[in-house]
Structures are given as C-alpha cells and as structure tokens.
Design a protein. Structure first.
Length: 82
C-alpha cells in the first residue's frame, strides 16, 4: 500500500496518545545521524581550546564575567539580572 504523507499523518493522528508518542520518537530517531566525523571534530576543537587556555591563562575569563558583559551590551526587558 502506497501512502502519501498527508494520509500517514491523518492515520497517525487517529492513534491513541501513547502510540503517537512511540511513532513520534521513532520518526525523530530516524532523523538523527551518527556522524563520527562531527563528534571527532568537536572533541579536537575542545582539546584545542583547552590547550590554548592552559598555554595562556590570562586570556581566560570566568563565565560570570563574560555573561555580565553580554547582559550589559545586549540588555533585554525580561532579563532578571537587570
């Protein structure tokens, strides 16, 4: 049986909530790709940044200082720190 996306969605929406949740999870998992290259590149970047921080600790700033500077530069109406 050939189903188009609209027919599949219509049929899926008639399923009980628990079955829809299982279907949604299966669909989301099917979209995720295991990309070893991406993970390896991020690990290499983290290592590079860690080594740079170790090599010159004077360039490292605490996160609280960085976020405070960002809040000052880009204030928002809903910012609880303001």
């Amino acid at each position: 049986m050939d189903w188009n996306p609209e027919q599949l969605a219509s049929a899926a929406l008639r399923l009980p909530a628990a079955d829809r949740a299982r279907l949604a999870e299966a669909l989301l998992v099917s979209l995720e790709t295991e990309d070893a290259t991406w993970e390896a590149e991020w690990l290499a970047e983290a290592e590079r940044r860690s080594n740079a921080a170790d090599a010159d600790p004077t360039r490292v700033r605490p996160a609280a200082v960085v976020f405070a500077a960002l809040r000052e530069r880009f204030p928002t109406e809903s910012d609880p720190a303001q």
